[in-house]
Design a protein around this ligand. Sequence first.
Ligand code: FAD
Ligand code: NAP
Length: 460
Amino acid sequence: MLIGLQVWMKLLVGSMNKRVAIIGAGPSGISALRAFSTARDNGIDVPEIICFERQSDWGGQWKFNWRTGLDENGEPVHSSMYRYLWSNGPKECLEFSDYSFEQHFGKSIPSFPPREILEDYILGRAKKSNFRDWIKFNHSVRMVENQENGDFLLTVEDFNSKKIIKETFDYLIVATGHFSVPNVPEFDGIETFPGRVLHAHDFRSAGEFKGKDLLVVGASYSAEDVGLQCKKYGAKSVTFSFRTAPMDFIWPQGVDERELLTSVNKKTVTFKDGTKKDFDAIILCTGYLHSFPFLPQELRLVTTNRLFSPGLFKGVVWNDNPSLFYIGMQDQWYTFTMFDAEAWYARDVILGNIQLPSKEERTSEMREWDDRENNLEDAYGMIDFQADYIRSLMENTDYPKFDVELSQKEFKAWKKAKEKSIVSYRDQAHSSPVTNKLSPVHHTVWWEAMDDSMESYLKD
Ligand code: FAD
Ligand code: NAP
């Protein structure tokens, strides 16, 4: 009874004198910081915000790291990104509605930029937002405890001072990403393989596989991109191995697709269809695990990489404890735009601008989204699902409107272009749902563009 009263009082007092912890300063954490700083800049009283980031700088996945394994503090390396990574979706479909690409670069740029360009764009908005001093870098959140009065007690390791600190917060936003802890399956005999076996998380440079026969396990974005890129930079052959369904693209010469491997005997790999082939290296592009080792069971999201996140109302609010929020936990068609829409929603719940419906109503709405996802038939349905999800968030907040319908159209055109040609979909131009302008075509076709530097990309 006393606990209920205290939580009630907390809501009544509003956001004044409240403390919000954000874990992670990747794109999702940055969206949350941007949401609060926008409110602050509009003269609204915002709570005290502290963002804990375990890396030495912001950007999350986009902070490319040459290291693999552990970082300089002995933490698991976070980023799974690699050299020569170009956006695999049209940039127009991830464009911030309050900060267009054109605004950032001073001109319209092509639709599939390399990593450095996207990083520059994401951080460009962050740098103009005046919230960096809300972030404590080199701070790793070790443990979260839910106190009796509803507060969250965080135990944090500060790598700068080498101290453990403990602080309490009224609200918690978890923005730690979900593409960092690799899912590494076991295959019969793989320990006898004499060459390199690695997960996509540890892949850094295609150059390493030049002249090699490469086996890539998996049939999703990482497999497609890592395998194709290795071919582009000189791998002798690339064989994809799928568990559920092949990707079925029209592959360039020297690339093929087979069923799942059943065993490995030294260099020789046997596949389910009985075929065999010798390889020099194996890359496991077998996805990632949602991992929140710092959270207690009752606050922990348990999910696979899917569109509806179980336990999260509006994909954001922890249904069993609406003082806890997650951002960016879904399988991602939309990325930065969706993180923004989620962040604005979380912010407005915290500021008291959004009154949440009853738990029963929330549960019922969540069931509808869950059912809808379970009945989706194809990728086009997934795009529509996530677009509607973003609409359902935006209708509750003042996140600047963008043309969601146009973004759906562009996503579908992109999907079709990939089906037509996996090596040239990046040579297409898409229209911006923020500025409504059609982007220019890049000066060099992707398959021949070996230099992914910002300087080369921005050349007219
Ligand atoms: P992250 O970027 O993963 O950031 C999470 C942050 O949380 C990190 O900075 C991490 O250090 C911090 N953190 C984690 N645990 C703790 C802790 N305990 N304490 C403190 N801090 C912690 N998206 C696109 O839109 N376009 C692309 O082209 C694209 N390419 C991708 C390529 C790869 C290989 C991968 C893996 C993903 C790609 N993505 C792409 C998706 C990408 O996940 C998102 O763009 C985005 O980075 C997700 O942002 P996030 O903030 O949710 O997570
Ligand atoms: P993912 O989309 O979750 O796909 C995981 C893949 O691993 C699926 O094909 C799955 O097969 C397979 N898999 C899982 N367990 C397996 C097992 N035991 N045996 C065989 N196969 C198994 O993960 P992802 O491909 O790593 O993509 C993660 C994110 O990174 C995406 O958001 C993507 O957009 C991003 N990304 C972007 C780029 C880029 O922009 N250039 C490049 C790479 C990645 P099933 O189909 O059978 O489940």
